[in-house]
Design a protein around this ligand. Structure first.
Ligand SMILES: [Zn+2]
Length: 106
């Protein structure tokens, strides 16, 4: 009697497994057509590298830096670094330098 129960259980289990396998196969076929393949390190690595969590747009290569003078966020390639401070333009860098105490004003 116990063996019969085991057989029934096995039957159901194999059927469940078969269904699951078939579903996974169908999903893999649907997903493989766009061209994901098995290699995840080819295209995904370059896209993910620049995203460091803070930026909402992961496609930007250079991180955004905040202008000390006006607070505008600019790409680091376009920003100016004067005396360790970052600015969006040279005008703000000059204005910040001309001010006697920029930190107390804020
Ligand atoms: Zn600025």
């Amino acid at each position: 009697m116990r063996q019969l129960l085991l057989l029934i259980f096995l039957f159901f289990a194999s059927q469940w497994l078969f269904r699951k396998l078939r579903r996974a196969n169908a999903r893999a076929q649907a997903g493989a057509q766009p061209g994901s393949g098995a290699g995840a390190g080819t295209a995904g690595g370059t896209y993910r590298r620049s995203g460091n969590g803070a930026g909402s747009s992961p496609q930007l290569t250079d991180p955004l830096v905040r202008c000390v003078e006006c607070g505008v966020h600019t790409p680091s390639s376009e920003s100016l670094v004067v005396a360790g401070q970052r600015f969006c333009c040279s005008d703000h860098a000059h204005r910040h330098a001309a001010r006697p105490s920029g930190r107390d004003a804020r």
